[in-house]
Design a protein. Structure first.
Length: 180
C-alpha cells in the first residue's frame, strides 16, 4: 500500500491492463483512487484531470504526500515500479520505451504517461499546467505538452527526476524538430 498517495487514472481511450488495475487496487485505498474520462484534446484533458479530479481529492485528503497520474495504456512492470516509487524529487516521471533515442537523455526528462508529484507542485504552478508547445505564430507544433509543463516546473524552482520503468503502448515524443 502506498502511504499518503492519491492516483488519478486517465481512462478516456479504454480500460487499463489488468495488471495495472490490480497494482492500483493493491497500492491505493478505495477513497484515494479516481478515474477520469473526458473527450478533449490531450493538454486540456491533462489540465482538467488536475483541476476537476486531483485538486478536489487533495482538498478532501490534506495529508497526502504524493499525487500519481497514469494513462490507461501503461503496464506496470517489476522491478521497474519499485524503482520508480523510490525516486525522490518534486516530480518523478516513470521511464518507458520512446521512439526518440533522446527522450530520457537528460536527468530531468519528463513525460506525462505515468508520473507522481508532491501536491505543492499543483498549487505552485498556476493553470494551465499543460499547454501545446507551439511556434511563435501558433501555426506549428514544436513539441509535446510535457515540454511546456517541464519548463514551468523548472521556472518555479522545483526538481524533476525520472526513474524506474513501465511499458507504455502509445509512447511518443517530440525531439524539438517534429513528431517522431
Amino acid at each position: 500500500m502506498i502511504e499518503n498517495g492519491i492516483i488519478v487514472a486517465n481512462v478516456y481511450s479504454g480500460p487499463m491492463p489488468f495488471g495495472t488495475q490490480q497494482w492500483i487496487a493493491d497500492s491505493f485505498p478505495e477513497g484515494q483512487r479516481f478515474q477520469m474520462s473526458k473527450a478533449v484534446p490531450l493538454s486540456a484533458g491533462r489540465n482538467s484531470m488536475i483541476r476537476d479530479v486531483m485538486l478536489p481529492a487533495l482538498a478532501s485528503h490534506p495529508d497526502i504526500d504524493w499525487c500519481f497520474f497514469i494513462d490507461n495504456d501503461v503496464t506496470i512492470t517489476y522491478p521497474g515500479i519499485d524503482r520508480f516509487l523510490l525516486v525522490e524529487a518534486d516530480i518523478v516521471s516513470c521511464g518507458c520505451k520512446m521512439p526518440s533515442d533522446t527522450a530520457w537523455e537528460t536527468e530531468d526528462a519528463f513525460h506525462d504517461h505515468f508520473w507522481k508529484c508532491r501536491p505543492l507542485v499543483l498549487h505552485k504552478i498556476p493553470p494551465p499546467w499543460f499547454e501545446q508547445n507551439l511556434s511563435e505564430d501558433g501555426c506549428d507544433l514544436l513539441g509535446c505538452d510535457c515540454q511546456t509543463f517541464s519548463r514551468k516546473v523548472k521556472q518555479a524552482g522545483l526538481r524533476i527526476a525520472h526513474g524506474g520503468w513501465c511499458s507504455h503502448a502509445n509512447a511518443r515524443t517530440c525531439c524539438g524538430a517534429g513528431w517522431q
